[in-house]
Write a protein that binds this ligand. Sequence first.
Ligand code: FAD
Ligand code: DLZ
Ligand code: SF4
Length: 507
Amino acid sequence: MVRLILVLGDQLTPGVAALRAADKAQDVVVMAEVAGEGASVPHHPQKIVLILSAMRHFAADLRADGWTVAYSQLDDPENSQTLSGEILRRAAEFGADEVLATHPGEWRVLADLEALPLTTRILPDDRFLCSHADFAAWAQDRKALRMEFFYREMRRKTGLMMEGDKPAGGQWNFDHDNRKPAKPDLLRTRPPRFAPDAVTDRVLDLVADRFRHFGALRPFGWAVTRPGALEALQHFVTHALPRFGDEQDAMLAGDPTLSHALISPYLNLGLLDPMEVCRAVEAEWRAGRVPINAAEGFIRQIIGWREFVRGIWALAGPDYMTRNALHHDRALPPLYWGKPTKMACLSHAVAQTRDIAYAHHIQRLMVTGNFALLAGVDPAEVHEWYLSVYIDAYEWVEAPNTIGMSQFADGGMVGSKPYVSSGAYIDRMSDYCRGCAYKVADKTGPDACPFNLLYWHFLIRHRTRFEGNPRMAQMYRTFDKMDAARRETVLSEADAFLQRLEAGQPV
Ligand code: FAD
Ligand code: DLZ
Ligand code: SF4
């Protein structure tokens, strides 16, 4: 009997579990471009193009390698436009009653697969370094799940940057050498851009025709194949990695990508493998071409944070996306969808998100995320926004970063304290404030930076929860030392700002 082998749009590697377990001579690979996935949230047009074009290239590679591939194009009149519908259509076409799939990175998709009226076998997705079972075993009996301890385990497990059983350089973490502000530098190399080929051109037209979502479709410059992704990795390792640590947290209005890798879209699609990326980085350090803080800091992001958040997603299950520990319920302000704002930091972060479907970690965490948290936006709406607008966004990685790290909606599962800051942090790490209508130095008054007002508002409205947190006690002491009139002014001006935001007035 023929089996169907499902390959989802973010499972584009020949080594993915379902393909490894398949029989090339008998089984049929099913891949489907469907509107149901393209519009499950309003995905950025460039993200849809990247996925569909990469799927088409991957399907061609599989066919060239001798696989039978039943591929549904979005504009195929027979296309039912849902994954389940396409699997059932192919089951009828090929007389198949069994489906082999690799665990999807979205609970909604898993539920759809499990509901199929066919025998469905779902294999663990082992493109990661830590399985769901291993993460659950590590997490069991721990009072708190902290990335730093998980990361040390992963260093030992992978042997990356290890000297025997000791971390290279005598420390696990070199972050005290990282996180500096950056200056504009004409010599900083920009990430490579990849001109669309004929396949991508056709997908660009298709997406232009079918989706009217937030975000610029063109110019489209992402790689859509494994050779392209490898070129992007090599470019990063050669040109940007040496400065990665130093510039990791910096933000510049004129340089949206600084020394970041821009490889998350390729890792998450399966075009790059996490270990090959880390080995390439380790080799540069061993060859003396990059400093230890850059190499260690980068490897920590991949084997530490990336694996840790996936573990959290698996452990917490589908309900994680509805968590709202701080009971925030404000609607996401329209400025997130491009409505003009006087706040220069938000304006820059949202504009580059619209234009290139990318913002780096600190922009996501300390600008757009920080503002949503301070303003008390419903975390489910924040989650939907991040899942929609970023080129690398899939639930398994986006949700723990948004619901957990950024919005503290999981009550502290990902982080021990909320990532909140006043304007001073943004001013220190960026050049945004220089071009802002608000004044970062003003703590109150008509020009006061909204982050300065909302920061105190957040702390005071959640005082009961956070006052006892040793990492936050100092902030409360600072507030309490202000004279009473000033405290009153800060909070009432914050309230007035939130009312203007709520009423849709310009902020
Ligand atoms: P670099 O800064 O060059 O980092 C290198 C790599 O490390 C990345 O490619 C990525 O694979 C990994 N990495 C770094 N930080 C994280 C992290 N916190 N979680 C997981 N992997 C990490 N990352 C996604 O891949 N998809 C998302 O949908 C996503 N949503 C996010 C939402 C919020 C609110 C926040 C704060 C962060 C989110 N991140 C997400 C993490 C991080 O911002 C991106 O991985 C990073 O910006 C990708 O760009 P880069 O490849 O240039 O990364
Ligand atoms: C995000 C996305 C989009 C936009 N389109 C498709 C598609 O047409 N076909 C497909 O197989 N997958 C798509 N995806 C990815 C899924 O929505 C989902 O996020 C992942 O498969 C989860 O692992
Ligand atoms: Fe952002 Fe405040 Fe700086 Fe303006 S002054 S850019 S709102 S941090």
